[in-house]
Design a protein around this ligand. Structure first.
Ligand SMILES: *Cc1c(COP(=O)(O)O)cnc(C)c1O
Length: 466
């Protein structure tokens, strides 16, 4: 697709300025630019076609199936956007006087109360802008707690090897030493490995449950008990709350603080870089360490972002929770789990599940045998799926499964879609057996197929040279 600058034609345009009705004045020369400002010149039709063309280059949940595991790419109801677009919410200023922000404070309080109910926590902050940012905030709560008690030898945070990469990164960012423990063969926490590393230097444990292979750890109460017994605290990575909301609560599993990705589970679209919100909840004893925001009272020990965070994301979350209600919330997670199991079952004779047991909201396929036989990797299959009009699953994560494809279909997909998707996976698998080269070079129908992933991340070229 051509850049808007390449489409520009001198003299095209669509700006019709009103006649000048004030006295003309010259800008002082030092304020004037030396060269002509280079702006594309296009008619309104051309502009409209350009941006519509860009829309077609983008793949989102509104385009089709998007099973990106651990990311909960579900459809976000329109009503949540409508509420967040209300002028009384969009027009508010964080420094407005208290009497003018009463409604907004009500939103934060209600959302905090309901998310507290869902997560089993007593207090909440909406300051963090994302999940990783929430983890950072939560682990800082743990740190302040130990510091406040003068317990300075607690320098270690335990993280299982199946954890999301943000967990060890967070612990390191907070100045902790990260202690990795290997998962047991069933993908869950190895209790003996945990016991072996617990001690009076343990600051805490970071865990996601269900974990990143989509399994609920049956030993969770024992795990949190052991950590507490050693004097550590338990942090729950709640990015996967879509699997359990309305059924079990991190607070009841023994966790002391948690972050929830409002932009995964609670109706804010994501994947485009934000805005998001990583609401952080904690038990009452940690509440004094929460960030203080302009609109909500809290402690004032740390500050991770200005004011109340991405407030409109909270409006969407509150709308979502209120529209689903007490029955809808558990129904959503039930359907998410049902859909994942349905799809895992439908794919069983296509690719091998990494763990062949009932999963939660997501599951992992292990393509190592298929790769051995055909030379076609998980990456090739993911790229091949694009040619069939669906978004690839998460690849090569979690790290404990080689040639992993991780699928999270979510509750907003129909059975018909899941059947079609299973058929597409079957076709791609057969394609790889028949003509591996075609998958090595897939996708064939997109403007960009295989960027150099290292270069694309380390040295992104975001500006065209014209
Ligand atoms: C998405 C995710 C995160 C990080 O959330 P961001 O908003 O992307 O920072 C952390 N943990 C898990 C398990 C996740 O799936």
């Amino acid at each position: 697709m051509k850049l808007i600058f390449e489409k520009s034609k001198p003299g095209h345009g669509c700006a019709i300025l009103p006649p000048l009705d004030v006295a003309a004045c010259e800008l002082p020369s030092e304020l004037r630019r030396d060269s002509v400002l280079r702006l594309p010149e296009l008619s309104e039709t051309e502009i409209s076609r350009h941006y519509t063309g860009l829309v077609h280059e983008v793949y989102g949940v509104n385009s089709g199936f998007y099973p990106l595991g651990s990311c909960t790419m579900k459809y976000n109801p329109r009503i949540d956007e409508e509420m967040a677009a209300l002028p009384l919410f969009t027009g508010i200023h964080p420094l407005a006087p208290k009497e003018a922000t009463e409604g907004c404070r009500r939103v934060l309080e209600e959302a905090g109360r309901l998310l507290g109910e869902i997560s089993g926590m007593d207090a909440m902050t909406f300051q963090p802008a994302a999940g990783a940012h929430g983890e950072f905030t939560g682990v800082l709560l743990i740190k302040q707690y130990h510091d406040a008690r003068g317990d300075e030898k607690r320098r270690k945070i335990i993280v299982p090897d199946s954890a999301h990469g943000t967990n060890p990164a967070t612990a390191a960012m907070c100045g902790y030493e990260v202690v990795n423990i290997a998962s047991a063969p069933d993908g869950c926490v190895d209790l003996e490995a945990l016991k072996a590393v617990l001690g009076d230097d343990t600051a805490g444990l970071m865990l996601t449950n269900p974990n990143t292979v989509g399994l609920f750890d049956p030993n969770i109460l024992e795990i949190t008990r052991l950590v507490h017994e050693a004097g550590g605290l338990c942090y729950y990575d709640g990015a996967n709350l879509n699997a359990v909301m309305g059924h079990v609560r991190p607070g009841d599993m023994g966790f002391d603080c948690v972050h929830m990705n409002l932009h995964k589970t609670f109706a804010t679209p994501h994947g485009g870089g934000g805005p998001g919100a990583g609401a952080v909840g904690c038990k009452a004893f940690l509440a004094p360490f929460l960030p203080k925001s302009a609109l909500m009272d809290g402690g004032n020990a740390i500050q991770v972002r200005a004011f109340a965070g991405n407030f409109l994301v909270v409006v969407k979350a509150l709308t979502y929770i209120l529209t689903l209600g007490r029955e809808g919330i558990p129904q959503a997670s039930e359907t998410a789990v049902l859909n994942a199991n349905y799809l895992m079952h439908a794919l069983k004779d296509v690719f091998t599940p990494a763990f062949d047991r009932i999963c939660m909201h997501e599951f992992v396929l292990d393509l190592s045998q298929y790769k051995k036989e055909t030379g076609v990797s998980a990456l090739d299959v993911a790229k091949g799926l694009i040619d069939h009009g669906i978004h690839p699953p998460t690849m090569y994560f979690p790290l404990i499964v080689h040639e992993a494809l991780m699928l999270e279909p979510t509750e907003t997909e129909s059975r018909e879609t899941l059947d079609e998707v299973a058929e597409i996976f079957r076709k791609v698998k057969e394609e790889g057996m028949r003509d591996p080269e075609r998958l090595h070079t897939a996708p064939h129908g997109t403007s960009i197929g295989r960027p150099d992933e290292v270069m694309a991340a380390r040295n992104p070229v975001l500006k065209a040279e014209l």
